[in-house]
Design a protein around this ligand. Structure first.
Ligand SMILES: *Cc1c(COP(=O)(O)O)cnc(C)c1O
Length: 443
């Protein structure tokens, strides 16, 4: 017999001191208890018993692009459960993995044809870094094992991934044994104008000169360059000039570095292009995808690489990419991802994202007149309200809930990455709720 569902207040009391939440102390502010999640709505209960129905402006950290309890995704999980939920990937293969890999290779920019499945975004970044180091060793350059990354970047929480995150935000000082990497300044900002991303040409030239100097200085030790193309997510919701990616591609080619694009946040349409690299017309050697890959149902990520890179690995001493997690290519996750990608296509993600973008631009516009607000920006299904000072996170969260919106601000940013299936009314609710919450708490 299943136990009766606990009330939110009872759950929160039992959670406290028992469970760690992301980057939160054991005795930190109480979370909200989820009673239900359906479509784009969450039913939440607060510690004091208050109940809220809220439009999810976060898509569960940018992953639930089709919303919750989607019949197609529910069905994909259920059908795979009836076949088998998991089998090891060492020495075995299965239909969901093969079909998903074929689908990813077809969607990805052309030379990216080989797929490694990892169990989370961070792990896919580890695999990409290993791949670059193995590639350089196999190409006769074993001294090349450092990476060039961007200030303000975010690539995950495991050790290798952390080492290429912004050194201050990533709290490198807490982990003295991290590999030491090289960092370029944040690339100059870009703003959406008439369908293209425009930036200050002088700033781009200055940044490119710094890039060239840094690579010239460190090239003998560098295996590759890793960046989030066009949009830095968790490191600050910073949209930057696509020309910088073109400069990175040039420099990588000149010095034999692998160019790795971390599309874990930006992939599958979030910025208005299927992959954010398309804004620059640049194809990386290696690409990581995750987050929205399974439509937010299960944890899965993938590393794709070009045939040139794969051939070097295959001709190397080890012949293999040296990684292999227990739950590699989990069939439930692969089957759900396949259904999610088909849904992306059949539901018309481009129109969905374009609609969200227009709705966010209109509904967030009033926020730019507030005294506490420094900047309001929208790119695809991403809307950002940047304040002058740090957000009072518990207060803004609660105020937004009172307006029917779930947000999870960080630092000085109140932002949304809503599910693509939001209706115009849902998007209007999100924009109005964010603006009202900022106004009520920060003025
Ligand atoms: C979220 C994220 C990661 C880490 O993915 P996890 O699944 O949380 O390990 C890596 N890179 C980027 C750009 C991300 O947004």
């Amino acid at each position: 017999m299943p136990e009766a569902a606990l009330s939110g207040a009872a759950l929160l009391a039992r959670d406290r001191g028992l469970l760690w939440h992301p980057y939160a102390p054991l005795d930190g502010p109480a979370p909200y208890a989820v009673a239900a999640a359906d479509g784009v709505r969450l039913q939440l209960e607060a510690e004091d018993g208050a109940r809220f129905e809220a439009v999810d402006a976060m898509s569960s950290w940018w992953s639930a692009i089709h919303g919750y309890r989607h019949p197609v995704l529910d069905d994909a999980v259920g059908r795979q459960v009836e076949r088998f939920s998991h089998v090891m990937f060492g020495g075995l293969t299965h239909e969901p993995a093969v079909r998903l890999a074929e689908q990813l290779a077809e969607l990805a920019p052309d030379p990216l044809r080989h797929v490694f499945f990892a169990d989370s975004g961070s792990v896919s970044v580890e695999v990409a870094l290993k791949l670059a180091i193995q590639y350089q060793a196999a190409a006769g350059r074993p001294g090349r094992h450092a990476f060039l990354a961007l200030r303000g970047g975010y690539h995950g929480d495991t050790f290798g991934a952390m080492s290429v995150c912004d050194p201050l935000d990533g709290m490198h000082s807490a982990f003295p044994s991290l590999p030491v990497q090289h960092f370029l300044p944040r690339p100059p900002a870009a703003r959406l104008d008439g369908g293209s991303l425009v930036s200050d040409a002088g700033a781009v030239a200055g940044w490119t000169a710094e890039l060239e100097t840094a690579v010239a200085r460190h090239r003998h030790g560098l295996a590759g360059i890793i960046v989030e193309p066009v949009l830095q997510g968790a490191g600050g919701m910073h949209t930057y000039a696509p020309e910088c990616l073109q400069a990175l591609r040039r420099v990588a080619d000149t010095h034999g570095l692998l160019l790795v694009f971390d599309e874990i946040a930006t992939g599958f349409g979030r910025t208005g292009r299927l992959f954010a690299s398309e804004w620059a017309g640049v194809v990386p050697d290696v690409m990581c995808v995750g987050k929205a890959l399974t439509g937010g149902y299960l944890t899965l990520a993938a590393v794709l690489c070009s045939t040139t890179v794969a051939e070097v690995i295959t001709a190397s001493e080890f012949r293999a990419l040296l990684h292999g997690p227990t739950f590699m290519a989990n069939p439930l996750a692969c089957a759900t991802a396949l259904a999610s990608l088909q849904l992306l296509e059949s539901a018309g993600w481009k129109e969905q994202v374009r609609g969200v973008e227009a709705g966010l631009r209109a509904s967030l516009a009033p926020a730019s007149g507030l005294g506490s607000v420094r900047d309001v920006r929208v790119l695809g299904a991403v809307g950002v309200v940047e304040l002058h000072d740090a957000v009072d996170v518990p207060a803004v969260t609660r105020a937004a809930l009172a307006h029917g919106v779930w947000v999870r601000p960080f630092r000085n940013l109140v932002y949304t990455m809503p599910p693509y299936v939001c209706t115009p009314a849902d998007v209007a609710t999100i924009g109005a709720g964010m603006s009202a919450a900022v106004k009520e708490v920060h003025g």
